[in-house]
Design a protein around this ligand. Structure first.
Ligand code: TXA
Ligand code: MG
Length: 313
């Protein structure tokens, strides 16, 4: 790879890179993805290399439409019911179809595959222009904060990865991952669509993955999404610390961001990674984080905060 990569200016330019087996970061409504042709094993391997991602951690495959998605996995009637939320911030883990053409490294040896159709115009145009599904983890070095702007992607990879710029991401937190196991739905990762909203909109029951069991989504390592600063959760800031507030909070006179002054969990999810990036960029040693209610999107926000605060390996 060259030292710095020229960014594609159009979807067609980005598609040409991907078709040639190169990486290209692209926007989705959740976070930026580091994309590669999911049918090209070398291209997919360079995702793992570029991110420094452990090989056992499989990737989400992004499709342009149901026609593309149905080639890759077996959709049971229950799975089909969930696709009512596509395009959208929901990833389904389904039994992989034999001979689906995906590079084995995408699924990291599992017999299931994680699929989503993102709700983002540029992403959908890009996948359609490539004409193949795109493997794309969040476009950050492994274990670091997920990027919600093109600039954060460039900084994370020191300008070595080309980025299709689509402006800031709407949702700002990764997709919700649900595994369909027979007649059961198990949430492997809380994300941009709240579990309760899925249940309410589709009339289904979504279970939580058992804590402490085998790690269901192999990517769910304890320490993840880590900023450089240490984090203290459910805390008031001490002198010298930065403060990530939520809801009505007085200016405490130090480095501070507020996830949502009005206590809106959607706004908080959208701001979460950007504000952690900003506080990190300010060079603070410790970030105190106000409590965020564990309801609706608060489940996903708190999950990311707990991981960001976990002891580093
Ligand atoms: O919003 C998102 O989901 C973003 C955008 C770019 O689409 N992508 C994303 O990908 O967050 P990534 O690679 O950072 O997270 C994918 C998660 C990992 O925790 C991985 O272990 C899990 O999905 N996963 C992938 N395939 C799986 C499978 N077959 N079974 C269980 N978990 C799987
Ligand atoms: Mg990630």
């Amino acid at each position: 790879m060259t030292d710095t990569a020229a960014d594609p200016r159009t979807v067609a330019e980005a598609a040409a890179l991907l078709r040639a087996g190169r990486l290209c970061a692209f926007p989705t409504e959740t976070v930026y993805g580091l994309g590669a042709d999911a049918t090209n094993a070398d291209a997919v391997l360079s995702i793992y290399e570029t991110k420094g991602r452990p090989r056992f951690n499989p990737l989400i495959v992004h499709c342009a439409d149901m026609q593309m998605a149905s080639m890759l996995a077996d959709f049971s009637p229950l799975a089909l019911r969930l696709t009512a939320l596509w395009p959208g911030s929901l990833t389904l883990v389904l039994p992989a179809r034999k001979g689906n053409g995906l590079a084995d490294v995408v699924m990291a040896g599992l017999d299931s595959v994680a699929i989503r159709i993102p709700d983002h115009k540029l992403a959908l145009e890009l996948i359609a222009a490539v004409g193949r599904p795109l493997a794309a983890p969040s476009a950050n070095p492994s274990g670091r904060l997920s990027p919600t702007t093109a600039e954060q992607v460039r900084r994370g990879f020191a300008g070595k990865v080309p980025v299709l710029d689509g402006g800031p991401c709407r949702a700002g937190v990764e997709s919700t991952i649900i595994q369909v196991e027979g007649d059961r739905l198990v949430q492997l990762r809380a994300g941009a669509v709240a579990r309760r909203e899925i249940e309410r909109r589709l009339g289904v029951t979504v279970e939580l993955a058992k804590k402490g069991g085998a790690v269901a989504a192999p990517g769910m390592l304890a320490s993840h999404y880590a900023p450089n600063a240490q984090m203290r959760l459910n805390a008031e800031p001490l002198a010298g610390e930065a403060y990530l507030a939520f809801g009505d909070a007085p200016d405490f006179g130090g480095v501070m961001r507020n996830l949502s002054v009005t206590g809106d969990l959607h706004e908080a999810a959208r701001n979460l990674f950007s504000m952690l990036h900003e506080l990190d960029a300010a060079g603070v040693g410790v970030i105190a984080v106000a409590p965020v209610p564990e309801e609706g999107l608060g489940e996903a926000i708190n999950d990311r905060l707990v991981r960001a605060a976990a002891p580093r390996e």
